[in-house]
Design a protein around this ligand. Structure first.
Ligand code: ATP
Ligand code: MG
Length: 434
């Protein structure tokens, strides 16, 4: 992790070096937007008249990385181990867009032209950190002030060029809480069915960012209204078809009430109307329409897919927790995603204007119960049972589970007690002894 002040100082230093060498250099795009909004930019981008070749020469080959040299982008690295880096791109125009996603060529250009190739007015400004001046060729300052997300130039042409911009529009409008300018919205609505020319990886990347954000309800709603949600998750079509669908309304309210920054948790809420699908990431299903189908299509990682499917499958498992035997409660809470399931349980209750007594019970239980008590090392293992003369098999497995439950319930407290119970249980049932 780098400190904001270090990032800013480093990005200023890069501009100073370029300007000292006789080039024009400015901060560009998202970092200018963030600064003007009084937010700390995650990363700084520098735009310059220097060519990629000149940038590499100026900072040296060991401090630079060509990340997209054909597109004119050089990554300039900070001192070793600092983690600092800034993208330096030559002012350019792009086009034409052959595949609806990537420009087929770039030409070096003026700052004005570079501003016009950017997606939205609020993302199209420059800032000179040396003179502390904003350079705005696209009306970005105005739109930022009044809270409007507007495509630069002709919205229809800009969305046609690069269909990913449609999802970026939803993300920016939702996360910044901006209004989507009418022409921009109309263009997206018209072109939405073409969103699938964008790779699933990029679509998933945008979804992650939308769903992690506290404004996720607005993002999902906007995507739905613009017609972007259905092509991406056609499995939701039955619920989306009916605007007043009570379950969909509840889903949106739960998304809003959800307090988490995990994408998986919000995705599970979004997909809860679908069956979870079989366990095991590699398994396939004939019927289609399961959570796992959606995850697979979005190229989510195995970890993400497992977590989402688990959260969907166990969605209501915390209800009535106050009445659970200790073993059942501990097994549930020992799961790594249990805290997120708790977040869903709480959000569902909040969405219904209720408080979940089960959720409150679990929160208090987790507070007073150390992890080693939730998930203690087993008192007896399979090897111990084999030493008793038992043969591995379904009965054997069941016996181990029973012993584990007894341990979690506090009915047996030592290995000797557990073994004694094992002997007693198998004596009653001679069937699976050797
Ligand atoms: P964030 O990093 O929060 O997503 P950002 O605006 O910095 O926001 P980046 O993807 O980092 O977004 O891109 C940096 C800048 O590059 C943008 O501000 C915009 O000017 C330009 N840009 C990025 N993607 C596109 C695109 N698909 N079409 C046109 N311009 C783009
Ligand atoms: Mg950025």
């Amino acid at each position: 992790m780098t400190a904001p002040a270090d990032r800013r100082a480093f990005a200023t230093e890069i501009v100073r070096t370029l300007v000292s060498a006789g080039h024009t250099a400015l901060w560009a795009g998202g970092c200018v937007r963030d600064l003007l909004m009084g937010r700390e930019p995650e990363d700084y981008d520098v735009a310059t008249t220097a060519t990629p070749e000149q940038v590499r020469q100026l900072f040296g080959p060991r401090r630079t990385l060509a990340v997209g040299e054909s597109f004119g982008v050089i990554l300039v690295l900070g001192p070793k181990g600092s983690g600092l880096q800034v993208e330096v791109a030559t002012f350019r125009t792009e086009g034409p867009y052959a595949d609806g996603r990537r420009p087929s060529q770039v030409c070096f250009a003026t700052p004005q032209e570079d501003a016009r190739r950017r997606d939205f007015t609020i993302n199209g400004m420059f800032y000179d950190p040396l003179t502390e001046q904003v350079l705005d060729y696209v009306g970005g300052e105005h739109d930022l002030r009044v809270g409007i997300l507007r495509a630069i130039g002709d919205p229809h042409a800009r969305m046609t060029e690069d269909k990913l911009r449609m999802l970026r529009a939803v993300r920016f409008a939702a996360t910044l809480d901006f209004e989507l300018e009418a022409g921009t919205a109309a263009a997206i609505q018209e072109l939405a069915p073409q969103i699938l020319v964008v790779s699933w990886e990029r679509i998933a990347q945008e979804l992650r960012r939308m769903l992690r954000h506290p404004h996720r309800r607005r993002a999902v709603r906007l995507a739905q209204q613009l017609g972007l949600l259905e092509p991406i998750i056609p499995e939701l079509a039955p619920v989306l078809a009916d605007v007043e669908h009570p379950e969909w309304t509840h889903t949106l309210e739960t998304l809003e009430a959800l307090r988490t920054d995990r994408f998986e948790t919000a995705a599970a809420v979004l997909l809860h109307t679908l069956p979870a699908g079989p366990a095991g990431a590699a398994s396939h299903t004939e019927q289609g329409g399961t959570v796992r189908d959606v995850c697979r299509r979005l190229r989510l990682s195995n970890d993400e897919s497992e977590a989402i499917a688990w959260l969907v499958a166990h969605r209501t498992d915390m209800e009535g927790a106050e009445e659970f035997p200790a073993a059942r409660l501990k097994r549930l809470l020992a799961h790594p995603w249990a805290p997120e399931l708790l977040a869903i349980t709480e959000a569902e209750a909040r969405a219904r204007n209720r408080e979940s007594t089960s959720a409150r019970f679990i929160r208090e239980y987790l507070q007073r119960t150390p992890a080693e008590e939730l998930h203690p090392p087993p008192l007896v293992t399979g090897d111990d049972l084999i030493a008793l003369g038992l043969t591995p098999g379904p009965q054997f497995k069941k016996l181990l589970e029973t012993l584990r439950d007894a341990q979690l319930n506090g009915e047996v407290r030592t290995p000797a007690e557990a073994l004694q119970l094992a002997r007693r249980l198998t004596a009653n049932d001679g069937g699976h002894r050797k």
